[in-house]
Design a protein around this ligand. Structure first.
Ligand code: HSE
Length: 309
């Protein structure tokens, strides 16, 4: 018998990962969204918000329902669904809040329709939702949120997703200061063109990061976490960012950068003590800047968006 309701977990994600602007991202174990998806007999997609986050209730403006519309259109399906937000990653935090909403919704609806699509085939639908949040097509949050692990998007046209094996003992510290940055706004700061000199610098760091990940060369991972595209223009939006970046080496962390479009900041470490110290440093610097922050410490999660109990 077909199920009429499912509960879904969708993980937070760190995108860009330093030099991989729009091209790299990975899933965290925590935090994440929890969404209940139910069929309804109205033929409508309804948004129900049981969280304290501000979520658009208009289905044409909500990233989750827009993703579901794309999925249903591909199937010619007119079933109605309730998308019930139970736990929400803070919107505008830079850890893939909109991506988690998109992937939770499409995985839930796909399950209730008896899985007409594979998990990977759901990606274009989730990207449609992500588009309305950021005003551009990018999959560096939705792909790892959907599929788990460390993901490289080699190309968008057509989309070519490559799964990278990250070392098992790699630990991510992420601190979310209590301010919001809209991805659509911070993308307006991104330069339209790049000199060959800067392009080479970026390519060197992407290649270094990938080589470091696949050979567990931690020092190489650390010195590759630099970005000449987004970091220089977005750093000014995050109070204390330059101090955190400059002082990360004191903690023993390998390196760090802005998480997605910010304001969250992340660091990678090869041991729990450095990961903890990086969290203390981030929290201290944000406190000095007058901001409360929330710190998460997590390995790269191999699991993406999935059914729970
Ligand atoms: N790659 C995107 C950006 C991620 O940096 O704008 C935003 O979530």
């Amino acid at each position: 018998m077909l199920k009429s309701s499912v509960r879904i977990f969708a993980p937070a994600t760190i995108s860009n990962v330093g030099p991989g602007f729009d091209l790299m991202g990975f899933a965290l174990e925590q935090p994440g969204d929890i969404m209940i998806v139910k069929t309804n007999d109205t033929g409508l997609i309804r948004i129900i918000n049981n969280t304290s986050s501000d979520i658009p209730l208009d289905p044409d403006k909500n990233v989750a329902s827009v993703s579901v519309f794309a999925l249903l259109e591909a199937l010619g399906c007119t079933t109605g669904f309730d998308l019930i937000f139970e736990t929400k990653i803070n919107p505008g935090s830079g850890i893939g809040s909109s991506a988690a909403s998109c992937t939770a919704a499409v995985v839930g609806v796909n399950e209730l329709l008896n899985r007409p699509f594979t998990q990977k085939e759901l990606l274009p639908f989730a990207m449609k939702g992500e588009f309305i949040a950021s005003g551009s097509v990018h999959a560096d949050n939705v792909a790892p949120a959907l599929l788990g692990g460390f993901i490289l998007i080699r190309d968008y046209n057509p989309i070519d997703i490559v799964r990278l094996e990250a070392p098992h003992d790699l630990i991510c510290t992420v601190a979310h200061p209590n301010i919001q940055i809209k991805t659509s706004e911070s993308r307006k700061l991104i330069p339209k063109e790049l000199s060959v000199k800067k392009a080479l610098e970026q390519c060197g760091n992407i290649a270094g990061l990938m080589a470091g990940l696949t050979t567990s060369d931690y020092a190489l991972i650390g010195r590759s976490l630099h970005d000449v595209i987004a970091e220089p223009v977005r750093a000014a939006l995050i109070p204390g960012y330059n101090e955190i970046k400059a002082r990360l080496s004191e903690t023993g962390a390998l390196g760090g950068n802005i998480s997605g479009s910010g304001p969250s900041v992340f660091a990678l470490s090869d041991n729990p003590e450095s990961a903890r110290k990086a969290g203390v440093l981030m929290n201290d610097v944000f406190t000095k800047a007058g901001l409360d922050s929330k710190v998460y410490i997590s390995k790269v999660s191999r699991q993406g968006t999935r059914l729970i109990d």
